[in-house]
Design a protein around this ligand. Structure first.
Ligand code: FE2
Length: 212
């Protein structure tokens, strides 16, 4: 399965002075494969902030069946973050300048889970700001009969006049956002299936610097 074709389909939604929500896409084949596998990994009794949702455990990235597919998701997330974002500081959007100063970009999926929603499901406002999370994702594997949405809460978008950006999501959409951003949805439907996950992403010194 080659999921690189849509790598360039990246949208940017400014929410903070120095950061973005990003939106890219996953192929339908990848979404369908993740749905099929996740249905077999449903667990009960997990304490979380979701109401009326069937879900997997937190650590699908450690499941040998699912991990290869999550690596495809991570490849896309890495592309979006490392090549387009003004990371790690404002105006530092040139990875080559980081490399020439002995730094390398690293990204690691810290955890991942899939939720199967119903029309009466509700996701309470929350954020994913726990170490080592830096970026979080919501990948819309299915949105049922129509679109759905993800609402963010921020008071730091002065130049855009919006403090509750609402991102409309359809099947295949991959939303990448800073883990510190509070978000919620009251816009669920039957057949809404979402992959959520957290990433560490950042620069670290090249460990082989100076070797010849
Ligand atoms: Fe979340």
């Amino acid at each position: 399965m080659n999921d690189e074709d849509s790598f360039e389909a990246v949208q940017y939604i400014p929410v903070l002075k120095t950061d973005f929500i990003m939106k890219s896409t996953l192929s339908k084949e990848l979404c369908d494969a993740l749905i099929k596998l996740s249905e077999q990994k449903i667990e009960t009794g997990i304490v979380d902030n979701l109401e009326g949702v069937r879900r997997t455990g937190w650590n699908l990235q450690k499941d040998s069946d699912v991990a290869p597919y999550l690596q495809m998701v991570t490849a896309k997330v890495e592309h979006c973050i490392s090549t387009r974002l003004n990371y790690p500081h404002f105006h530092k959007n040139r990875p080559s300048s980081m490399r020439s100063n002995g730094m390398q970009f690293v990204i690691a999926m810290y955890n991942a889970w899939v939720g199967f929603y119903k029309g009466n499901s509700f996701v309470h406002p929350h954020c994913h700001e726990e170490p080592p999370n830096f970026y979080s994702i919501a990948a819309y594997l299915s949105t049922g009969s129509g679109d759905t949405s993800l609402s963010f809460m921020t008071d730091e978008s002065p130049s855009h006049g919006v403090n509750r950006p609402k991102v409309i999501c359809k099947q295949g959409d991959l939303v990448i956002f800073p883990s510190s951003l509070y978000h919620y949805t009251n816009d669920t439907s039957d057949e809404r299936i979402v992959l959520s996950g957290n990433y560490y992403a950042g620069y670290m010194p090249q460990i082989n610097i100076g070797e010849r």
